[in-house]
Design a protein around this ligand. Sequence first.
Ligand SMILES: [Zn+2]
Length: 297
Amino acid sequence: MVDRGIFGTALAAPIVAAAAVWAVLAAGLAHVEPRYVVKLAMPDDAGVIGLPKVEGPADASRPLVVIDAGHGGHDPGASGQDGEREKDLTLMLAQSMRDALLASGRVRVALTRDTDRFLVLAERADIAHRLNADLFISVHADAASSAEARGATIYTLSDKASDSVAEALAARENRADAVNGVSLAGKGQTVSSILVDLARREMRGSSQRFGELVVREGTDAITFHTQPQREAAFVVLKSLDLPSALIEAGYISNSEDAKAMRDQTWRKSFARTVARAIEIFLAERQAPALAAPNDVQ
Ligand SMILES: [Zn+2]
């Protein structure tokens, strides 16, 4: 993988040179505070991964959902008692969700991965950014030390986890980057302003609304964890400026949940339910535009 560390060796010299120039200027201008230019290395074109294909209606005005199958490649994720691997279940779940959305023909869909390949967390979010997605959903399968724990959970982003279990889960999922020896977490997040804070708050509110809809629509169809809607600090959601959620479809550590996730019929039912919540969510977000003052007689 391409190292996107802030100070690439190629840029070390320009930084030193720029700093020296400013040091000289500062010495000559007694009343001017010393200033330094810091250049940030951006990934070059060769380091940017190709965008996945967008499926669905050939109408760019239709909302776009990016579905991210967690883990993949050399990162198998959590394991089940019967040898299930999280990366396989997440891919099958993501594909089922894509198929359910495409069946209705209302939205466009892209998968961050459609094969067994590895992506660092920031690349997953970056795909949603670059495609200008309306919603980003990362799919995972949970694991707990207690084999009893089961059910689906919808996580949205928070700086603080809603409980210690959510915190431990976020820590585990966030470790995926370390597997690859590249840590991209938190880079480029130096901008802080009231506007950014407001936008983030709005996005977090929207993301929570999506979580509510999944729980509401799934009441009869999905077995949820006793606390189905939670918050945690997931790296994969952190840099996103669009509504996003991480769905743990069930516990791979629970044999019944693992069996269900292996079952295509179960996945189809799960995917249909989530797809309905997605469509309601997107319709709600479009509704204010339809009800704009200009349209009112
Ligand atoms: Zn996971």
